[in-house]
Structure formats: structure tokens, C-alpha cells
Design a protein around this ligand. Structure first.
Ligand code: HSE
Length: 427
């Protein structure tokens, strides 16, 4: 049989998929015994489809794909949770298998999507939603299935990893490196999803759900981005033997799932500290396998299309062989999410304060009254005239106490001249 495919979204990743299908269709027949045909493509205008030589398959209306009884599999590559939700749920309700790269959709509506797939007896596959070309969802659902996973740590946003790497290696300011990332096309004109950590939050929600067999949605993830990070923070981290990464963290704890995204100091000698530039890496620890790391390109036409097409061929093989969906939703447990206030860790805190007698003593006193024990205090550089950076490194402290201390400092007249920079230390 021929598996007929409807593709929605012909941008960077969609274009990469069209190229792979057109160039390798015969290889797939020979190597896998799978005959796939691109039957329809949909996007806002036909220019991209025409440029790739598939203008004759173009439609502007995704309903032409969903309602086409000949189409077996729909690839959704437009992203977001609006129209994409209608496309994915509509395709599943129409009994079509779906492959998507949509992390925001899977991290917010995953439960509904799996239920619809289950009801229709079709597959939903989403390898490309996390880590671009890095295989991670399939390994978690198959190769590592016998493990109890204790933690998943991810550098899963290439834009911010590139920005932190440039700030670290070249001492560039946050604003300059953001402008450079935008000029190179890594960062969007509105960079919020990347720099505020939301992209990483969606990805760790998906990974935690699979790793711990318990649904984690994006709003469960405590999320902080990198807007307050400056080269001074990266340089000080090196002095302490650490590197700063925007880390997506998910731990299985006796209290439940500890899941968060924030700038994090990791020891310089850790493998994750060496992941630089736009690269992504995911570090998984299981009780049988031990520690494993998955590394590769987290974005871009080739890597993302590689992940999408891996799913497409996997699902197409099942369709061809008449194999019903084997792995659907794996969230069989209901573990609680551990509130961020329960976190106990070490903290690096940089305050920008007036350069005035007594300010350091006052800040230290606030931390002491909130039971935050200080390991070191230093005054670094001048950020602006009459303002200095005060850098505190704490012993293990409670997040709730740190927040209470920072709130008290914030409420003081003429104390904090900028939002505090808080970096948690993950040993
Ligand atoms: N914007 C993402 C990143 C890629 O910078 O890694 C898409 O998930």
C-alpha cells in the first residue's frame, strides 16, 4: 500500500521534510518496505510549496487535508496552540495518524490529544518537539523503558545556550548578544519564548511526563529565563568552578516531581557544561542504565525534519503492516508537583545596590534574619555611577527563605537598583 501524507506548514522544517520525501522515497521503499506519498501540502501561501516543486499539491485550507478520506497521516508543523490545536485534534477525530513538532501543544493539551488518538485507534508522534534532531522521546519510551528514571536535565534551548556561550567566551553584554542572535536568525524578533524560558519549560514538561509516567504540563514548571544574566555572573561562576546554563530540570523525589527551568551553575567538569553554542543536550539518569547523555542540534531544517521523518516512517511502517498503535499515553501515575518553595539548594545572588556605607551590612542582615547562611560576599565592579554589584553565595538554603529575603530587600527604599540575579547551584 501507499501511505498518503498531508503536510501542514511548509516553512523551514516543512521544507526540510518535503526535500527528504522527494529525495529518499525510493530508499524508504527499498530499506523499510514503506511507500510514502506526499499527497497534499497546506500553508498560508503557495510560494514555499511552489519553490519546492510541490505547488500542484497546495491548498490554503487545512480542512482539505483533514476531510480527505485518502490521507492516512497528517504532519503538523505550524506550531502554537491555536490553529495547530484545531488541525491536530481535527485530524485525530477524522481517524488520521498525526506527527507533530509542536512542543507548546503537547505540553498543554497532551492529555486531550492522547485521548483522541486512543479513541480513534491512531498514533500521535512528536519526537521533533524536544531537542530538534536528537532522539530522546523514542529512547525514553522504548530503549530505556525498563528503567526507573530519577532525573532528566536538559539544555534544550539553542538560542539561550548560544547567548550564554557568547557572553561567557567573549564577554558580550546581554543586549549585544541578543541583537546578534536575532541578526543570525536564532532568536525571534520577540525573543520571549526563548529568553524567558517558556520554550524550555514546554520541552521539560514533555520529557518529565514520559520519564516519570505522570502528566506534567507547562504551567507546572517553575520558569525563569536569562534576562538578568550578565558577563560578570559567568565570570564569577568560573572563579567558583562552575558554568552557567539555562537548565531544564526534572527530578523524581519522594515528595513528587521537582520540575523547573532557570539559569543554573553546573560544575565545569560536568559533561553538560561543555555543551556550547546552539547545541542541545539531555542528560538522563536511570536505575539500570546509569547516566546517559543525548547530544546534537536542537533546531534547524535538517535536524528537525530528521526527527519528524523518523516518526513519519515509523508510523507509516505500522500502517503498512497493519500494526495498531503500540505505545499511546504513558502517564499512568499521578505524582504531585513539588512546589518551588520547597527547594533546598545553594544560591548565587547578585544585587545592584547604591555604593553607600552600611548597604552590605543591611543586606547581609536581611539574609541572616531569613535563616540564609552566607558562604561568601563580594563587591564587584561598578555597574553604573554610584551603584555596585554585591554578590552573595549561600550555603544550602530554602527557596522560600531566599524569596522572603529578596522581597524584603525589594521593599526597602533606595536599595535594589535592578532586579536581583538569582542562579541556583546544581551539584
Ligand atoms: N527556539 C528553539 C531554540 C528551537 O532556540 O532552541 C525550537 O524549539
Amino acid at each position: 500500500m501507499t501511505v498518503k501524507i498531508g503536510l501542514v506548514g511548509t516553512g523551514t522544517v516543512g521544507g526540510g521534510c518535503i526535500d527528504i520525501i522527494l529525495n529518499h522515497k525510493e530508499d524508504f521503499k527499498r530499506h523499510l518496505g514503506v511507500d510514502i506519498e506526499l499527497a497534499r501540502v497546506c500553508s498560508l501561501d503557495s510560494a514555499e510549496a511552489e519553490a519546492r516543486g510541490v505547488g500542484h499539491l497546495f491548498t490554503k485550507d487545512f480542512n482539505d487535508i483533514i476531510n480527505d478520506p485518502d490521507i492516512d497521516l497528517v504532519i503538523e508543523l505550524i506550531g502554537g496552540t491555536g490553529v495547530a490545536h484545531a488541525i491536530v485534534t481535527g485530524a485525530l477525530k477524522a481517524g488520521k495518524n498525526v506527527v507533530t513538532a509542536n512542543k507548546a501543544l503537547m505540553a498543554t493539551a497532551g492529555e486531550e490529544i492522547f485521548r483522541l488518538a486512543d479513541e480513534a485507534g491512531v498514533e500521535i508522534a512528536f519526537e521533533a518537539s524536544v531537542g530538534g534532531g536528537i532522539p530522546i522521546i523514542d529512547p525514553l519510551k522504548h530503549s530505556l523503558i525498563s528503567n526507573e528514571i530519577s532525573s532528566v536535565l536538559g539544555i534544550v534551548n539553542g538560542t539561550t545556550n548560544y547567548m550564554l556561550t557568547r557572553m561567557d567566551e567573549d564577554g558580550m553584554s546581554y543586549d549585544d548578544v541578543l541583537a546578534e542572535a536575532q541578526a543570525k536568525g536564532f532568536a525571534e524578533a520577540d525573543p520571549s519564548a526563548d529568553v524567558d524560558g517558556f520554550d524550555a519549560a514546554a520541552k521539560i514538561a514533555i520529557l518529565a511526563s514520559i520519564a516519570f509516567n505522570s502528566r506534567v504540563v507547562m504551567s507546572d514548571v517553575h520558569t525563569e529565563g536569562i534576562r538578568n544574566i550578565q558577563p560578570i555572573d559567568l565570570a564569577t561562576a568560573h572563579d567558583m568552578g562552575y558554568v552557567v546554563k539555562l537548565l531544564a530540570i526534572a527530578h523524581r523525589t519522594p515528595e513528587g516531581i521537582d520540575v523547573r527551568v532557570h539559569p543554573t551553575m553546573i560544575p565545569e567538569e560536568h559533561q553538560m557544561a561543555k555543551v556550547n553554542g546552539v547545541y542541545n543536550a539531555i542528560y538522563v539518569t536511570g536505575d539500570a542504565v546509569g547516566e546517559t547523555m543525548f547530544f546534537g542540534e536542537g533546531a534547524g531544517a535538517g535536524p528537525a525534519a530528521s526527527a519528524v521523518m523518523g516518526d513519519v516512517l515509523d508510523v507509516s511502517r505500522h500502517i503498512t503492516m497493519g500494526i495498531p498503535p503500540i505505545v499511546g499515553c504513558t502517564c499512568t501515575d499521578k505524582l504531585p508537583i513539588v512546589p518551588i518553595d520547597n527547594l533546598q539548594t545553594r544560591y548565587y545572588i547578585r544585587l545592584v545596590v547604591p555604593d553607600r556605607t552600611g548597604v552590605l551590612a543591611c543586606a547581609a542582615d536581611v539574609f541572616a534574619r531569613h535563616d540564609v547562611s552566607l558562604r561568601s560576599v563580594s563587591q564587584e565592579g561598578t555597574r553604573a555611577r554610584d551603584a555596585v554589584n554585591l554578590i552573595f553565595v549561600t550555603h544550602t538554603a530554602s527557596e522560600a527563605n531566599i524569596r522572603a529575603a529578596l522581597a524584603e530587600l525589594d521593599a526597602m527604599d533606595d536599595m535594589l537598583q535592578a532586579e536581583p540575579t538569582v542562579i541556583r547551584v546544581e551539584d
